[in-house]
Design a protein around this ligand. Sequence first.
Ligand code: NAD
Length: 280
Amino acid sequence: MISSYKERILNLGLKAKRVLVTGSTRGIGKAIAAGFVGEGAKVAVHGRRQEAAEVSAREVVQEVGGKAEQVIAVSGDLSAKGGVGRVFRGCLEGLGGIDVLVNNAGTFEVSGWKQADGDRWLQAYGVNVVSMVRLIRRVVEPMREQGSGRIIQIASISAAVAPPVFPDYAAAKAATVNLTVSLMQELAGTGITVNTISPGPVETATWKDFALQIAELQGWEKDLETVKKKLLSGLMSNASGRLGRPQDVADACLFLASSRSSYINGVNLPVTGGLAARAV
Ligand code: NAD
């Protein structure tokens, strides 16, 4: 049983790597940011609002016993061109560049085919795909010039299993998996790897809201513990018998960002406890 952060340190050679984790004021992104700080990297903690990013940057450092100079806070709405530019410039000014881009920011909520109209599909694509592409387009040339880099997309297992509860989101995440493979080939021979992580259900505040929305749809009692049990024995059952934790995704991300993963390129790594596993 791992009890303290120090025991979790993986020594992956990430010391002084310059990392941008989008959407890292909470949830999975925050755990990823904390993981990188724990490994000695320099991390840009990103949020929509500067104040929230600054608070989270301080919390991340405290959580892993890092140093204040290991983090900077950057802000901007990634669904807007201007926001992406602002975040990128903030990283250049504060970190001097980006060695690892973790495209984590995304939004999900129950929609369903009846509610999800064309505008909603466009919005889901904009936030979950176009925002990632805009950042990728910014980081790729400098990474090419330095002859190394890591680009990691956080997608979702829903890209593969495509449940009807959020078709717009699931399809957007499938596009994320697809663009990773395309980009990996575009960057062949450059020293940059491009991979996707597809988490299953991970117990973040946003996921809890999502689970309660499912409960409402199903007509279940809206008690979170009961809902979790029902989901784990049904829709979200998996061989590990539990929901994911943000650290589960963070650990996978740290490995894919490290030099030890240089021969892993273009993969879509499920972090699901075995949910929806397939042999081929
Ligand atoms: P979360 O809601 O806790 O965090 C998402 C972060 O992204 C927040 O910091 C939010 O502010 C930021 N963000 C969203 N849209 C943004 C925008 N337009 N501009 C700037 N920032 C924006 O969510 P989470 O549960 O931690 O999920 C993180 C990622 O993992 C998402 O991409 C999500 O789709 C994916 N994912 C989550 C789960 C899960 O069960 N929690 C499962 C599979 C995939």
